[in-house]
Design a binder for this molecule. Sequence first.
Ligand code: TXA
Ligand code: MG
Length: 361
Amino acid sequence: MKAQILPPSFENISLAAESLRQGEIGAMPTETVYGLAGAAFDPKALARIFDVKERPSFDPLILHVPSMDPAIRLHRLEKLRLIDLHQFSDFARSRAELLLSKFWPGPFTLVLPKHEDVPELATGGLPSVGVRMPRHPIAQALISAAGFPLAAPSANRFGKISPTSSQDVLTELGDRISWILDGGSSEIGLESTVVELDPKGKLSFLRPGAISIEALEQAIGDSVSISTSFRQSPGHLENHYAPSKPLFLLPRAIQEIKSFSFLPPFPKGTSVGLLIYSGDPQEKARFLETQVGLSVTQALVLSSSGLLEEAAQSLFSCLRSLDEGSACFLVAEPCPSNQGLGYAIRDRLYRASHKSSSQPV
Ligand code: TXA
Ligand code: MG
């Protein structure tokens, strides 16, 4: 099987929706990354998603819902038999309503207690479920045309780099699925922010994304705790989002480094792929070559002027391109900012990096 990349015409969206109604799966664009979509309540489609991604069954999926009136979102999720809030305090309910009205549609996943009808496979056996309303018009059109929520993990093989174009999905899963709806390059480029709300209204931060901790704290007028299980959050394992080549994350911008002794002793002239955060990649490549005696065969920049949005958008495609290049290993500069999207970029770079790098977020 070789997946077909489909332009997002009305006809193709109807075809894709019909395929989903038959229990099949396919890829759709969202504003974060491309997703591998299947019917959320169909155990056969869910099993197929896990199979195609080679994903362990403990790793829960995010369920994607159609556009809905802000005033009744929580109520609609209950009616759709996705969530069950009978143990929620009034405070927790109003906090959930506030979050959904502020951050939906968009790169925001809210984890809430699940309805008993949500298949175990969708939630990796957890009593909670992650729900998201994407703002991408093609994802929205597909969910509406299908007529039911869609489970959609990122459309990559487990542990690999998330896809931000239909071509990336083709590379990752082209031999395993039959269609990919084309939506061009993903606007944000990093997966959604994931937060969990408990019955008392306490909000825990599980995965950084475009909705920052600062934005969440401002919205609720309270502090947000970074979950103690953040590092262990299912599916948010270290060594995730990983290129197949070893990637060494530098502790600082390249020109500020006096000694590169933390790199393993590669033979002189070993080829290296370089990912810099900002500035001139050729200049930094020459610096690395002179300092360490390695040969930089490819040098890419996330954002020449150092803009966080641009860096996030290009991160996965740059990693993918370096991974497909001829270098033996990769070296990356860190993101200089820990604020907003900077925190999410740092998180993804750290997880993509080789175990010997020491750069926690
Ligand atoms: O932006 C996104 O969220 C993309 C697009 C396609 O929507 N989807 C995505 O799905 O990133 P995936 O499967 O690659 O990541 C899902 C992650 C899980 O690995 C876990 O970290 C978290 O979301 N998650 C989902 N349900 C959860 C739950 N019930 N409890 C805790 N974490 C959950
Ligand atoms: Mg993923």
